[in-house]
Design a protein around this ligand. Structure first.
Ligand SMILES: N[C@@H](CCC(=O)N[C@@H](CS)C(=O)NCC(=O)O)C(=O)O
Length: 343
């Protein structure tokens, strides 16, 4: 896309952020000044992967920190939609979506992987690369792009084809962990999420659907945007349907356990401090973010009997990028959890 059109769309998308203090320059002395703008959210698991990658690579970026949960005004009951549903943001993100060979995600599976579930046009993160004129969506693709373009710091992607294949399998494992199901869902007999989070989740799906329906009605002339909103409405209604379904919630937790048991086997096979070779790769950053989120949700017990995973978690949690962008970010943006403490 040409630079002036992209800059115009970017400026409009910035208007989706109500509070200008959430538009900041990060790592101002870092590499690739003026190149990246990241639309993300402090609390979002997928955004944490991207920010950890940018920080680990030492890249400068403009941070557009969005509120991704709608909010109802106490006085009037009026619903303020999540900022990631704003028409100008979704229009920008739809440009990136066209580069994916996938349909809009309309079915809820409890997993948010673009490669298996489709493209959610109303989500974060979105990266704009002003040097190439690209809008890039999907945290996995964004992190590979950042690694490939920031060349002054050590690569987070192995050259060795075998290690590269192993790393990609790990990125897919994290991507296919049912994080949305575990964050939003009510486990029938063992819900360990912080109480305030559980309360927040009582109305989250209804609020999302209400906000999206209003936005679709208000923007009826823009057919592409309306299609994106309709797909999202269908997906979120699906989420509500299974949020209290015991077998769905049991299956999500069992799936997360299986993925962690496989991590344990892979750690044993690699035998080093890190997961794919002897240096930090994207696999370690993705797993760092994933394990921090599971710990926050009270699911550290999923690897309580796996000492290798416990040691690995301590190692990744010491990386400054994980401390800052997963642990501290979670603690400052999400309700307090007795399960996760500051490093
Ligand atoms: N696979 C996508 C998933 C994007 C996604 O689902 N983002 C979540 C946060 S982790 C989001 O924006 N949720 C808010 C919403 O859907 O309303 C990625 O990795 O970028």
């Amino acid at each position: 896309m040409d630079k002036s059109t992209l800059e115009m769309m970017l400026a409009k998308a910035n208007n989706s952020i109500a509070d200008p203090s959430r538009l900041t320059e990060r790592n101002t002395n870092g590499y690739e000044q003026g190149r990246f703008t990241l639309f993300h959210s402090a609390m979002s698991f997928c955004s944490q992967k991207v920010r950890a990658t940018l920080v680990q690579k030492g890249a400068a970026f403009k941070s557009c920190d969005m509120v991704i949960i709608g909010n109802r005004m106490a006085s009037s009951g009026k619903l303020i939609p999540a900022e990631n549903y704003h028409p100008d943001y979704v229009r920008l993100r739809l440009i990136g979506g066209k580069l994916l060979s996938t349909d809009l995600a309309a079915n809820y599976t409890g997993v948010s992987s673009v490669s298996t579930q489709g493209f959610d046009a109303c989500a974060v993160p979105t990266l704009v690369d002003l040097f190439t004129g690209e809008v890039i969506v999907d945290s996995l693709r964004i992190c590979l792009h950042v690694n490939g373009t920031v060349s002054n710091s050590p690569s987070l992607v192995p050259n060795d084809p075998l290690l590269l294949a192993q790393m990609k399998a790990q990125l897919d494992a994290v991507d296919n962990t049912p994080h949305p199901a575990l964050l939003y869902g009510f486990h029938p007999e063992d819900d360990r999420r912080p109480q305030i989070l559980q309360e927040l989740m009582l109305s989250v799906y209804d609020d999302k659907v209400e906000a999206l329906q209003e936005l679709a009605a208000d923007n009826s002339a823009d057919h592409e945007l309306v299609a994106a909103y309709h797909a999202k409405i269908k997906k979120e209604k699906g989420g509500k349907n299974v949020s209290r379904d015991p077998s769905f919630q049991h299956a999500a937790r069992s799936r997360a356990r299986e993925i962690i048991v496989q991590l344990d086997r892979d750690l044993q096979a690699n035998g080093a401090e890190w997961l794919c070779g002897t240096t930090v790769t994207l696999a370690d950053l993705f797993w760092g973010v994933s394990l921090v989120r599971l710990e926050y949700l009270g699911l550290g017990s999923l690897w309580g009997d796996l000492p290798r995973v416990r040691t690995y978690f301590s190692n990744v949690a010491e990386l400054p990028s994980i401390q800052q962008e997963a642990i501290e970010s979670t603690l400052m943006s999400m309700p307090p959890s007795k399960h996760l403490r500051s490093a």
